[in-house]
Design a protein around this ligand. Structure first.
Ligand code: DQA
Length: 145
């Protein structure tokens, strides 16, 4: 089972960025946690982060043939990117949307996701743990197919 993890803008700053909202765990530490947990699921991880919308669109377009499913924290692009939505509509690769913070408990502009209705489901609000919960959910779903 191959799982791609796509991370959007500013997630490279985790650890120092608004720690009261996002916690103190760095993205590299989260990557390590996800890779370790993936082994237990017999899954291979392809890890990606970009601050650029087009690079994330390219990464989504490259999913077919490379990944059986994806975990996506699109960060701020979650709330704005029709291009990301269109790419996900085009490839139809199963994915779980995830967020460290609970986007529904934040400012109104964060309470809408452009991609949520395309996802298998969403994990939001559990900090770094959101990645592990999303991995568990996606791996379970992919195994069941
Ligand atoms: C985020 C939530 C988004 O609203 C925000 O723009 C982020 C991170 C999260 O993981 O909580 O950059 O996706």
């Amino acid at each position: 089972m191959r799982i791609a993890v796509l991370n959007g803008p500013n997630l490279n700053l985790l650890g120092q960025r608004e720690p009261e909202v996002y916690g103190r765990t760095t993205l590299a530490e989260i990557e390590g946690m996800v890779r370790e947990a993936a082994r237990a699921h017999g899954a291979e991880i392809e890890w990606f982060q970009s601050n650029h919308e087009g690079a994330l669109v390219d990464a989504v377009q490259a999913l077919p043939g490379r990944a059986d499913g994806a975990l996506i924290n699109a960060a701020a692009l979650t709330h704005s990117s029709l291009a990301l939505r269109d790419a996900l509509l085009a490839v139809r690769v199963p994915f779980v949307e995830l967020h460290l913070s609970n986007i529904f408990a934040r400012e109104p502009e964060r309470r809408h996701s452009m991609i949520a209705d395309l996802a298998l489901g969403m994990v939001t609000g559990f900090g770094a743990q959101s990645y592990l919960l999303a991995l568990q959910a996606l791996a379970g779903r992919l195994r069941a197919v």
